[in-house]
Ligand binder design. Structure first.
Ligand code: ADP
Ligand code: FDM
Ligand code: MG
Length: 188
């Protein structure tokens, strides 16, 4: 029906929590049920700014901390007009990381030197080590205290299928809930 908007569903969490797996599954399942849904990810490494971020993450390029923070932010802003347009058109957006990762990762940087020597079972990109991820998790917990946002916590140790069912049901509920509400602004 005219005027119904899509929901903005953001998946946040530490590396390897299962965000990308669940994002893909959710969009597939929503589409299979006849909903309009698109998957986005941040950083979106395919734009000019995104390529710069990508080369920073794989350690091909070094960038000053504030600079890279602003590049991550710019990489989201360059997609905002398109995101708004899609939401207004009734398309639900499933977003693999958003501004919360921006805050959590930048604020975790105070420990980067202390943890630089450690490498657990994470990958080889920048930030992929357990003490850094621990700080990121603490920062996410603080951000989730903001009750103006509708956070739901998932137990990432559950099976992919169980998590998918839970997330799909929350997504459907949210899509119903927001369909007649105007778009809000983050942190305003
Ligand atoms: P993220 O995007 O949060 O970094 P991924 O979705 O890429 O995480 O998942 C990281 C790895 O863990 C992948 O190999 C994926 O298949 C696996 N995985 C994802 N979710 C689960 C789960 N619930 N249980 C076990 N393994 C999982
Ligand atoms: N990341 C992601 C940031 O540091 N700031 C941000 O604003 C965003 C969106 O980039 F280490 C970090 C988080 C992670 C890396 O990894 C991207 P994935 O695997 O593409 O999610
Ligand atoms: Mg991922």
């Amino acid at each position: 029906m005219a005027g119904r908007r899509g929901a903005l569903i953001v998946l946040e969490g530490v590396d390897r929590a299962g965000k990308s797996t669940q994002g893909r599954r959710l969009v597939e399942a929503l589409r299979a049920d006849g909903h309009r849904a698109d998957l986005l990810r941040f950083p979106e490494r395919t734009t000019e700014i995104g390529r710069l971020i990508g080369s920073y993450l794989v350690k091909e390029k070094n960038l000053e901390d504030h600079t890279v923070h602003l590049l991550f932010s710019a990489n989201r802003w360059e997609h905002v007009p398109l995101m708004k347009e899609k939401l207004h058109q009734g398309i639900t957006l499933v977003v693999d990381r958003y501004a919360f990762s921006g805050v959590a990762f930048t604020s975790a940087k105070e420990v980067i030197l202390a943890s630089a020597a450690e490498r657990g079972n994470f990958g080889n990109e920048r930030y992929e080590n357990s003490s850094f991820q621990e700080k990121v998790l603490q920062s996410f917990s603080r951000l989730m205290k903001d009750k103006t946002l509708n956070w739901k916590t998932m137990d990432a140790s559950k099976s992919i299928e169980d998590l998918h069912r839970e997330i799909k049901s929350i997504a459907e509920e949210t899509m119903q809930e927001v369909q007649n509400k105007p778009l809000g602004e983050l942190w305003k």
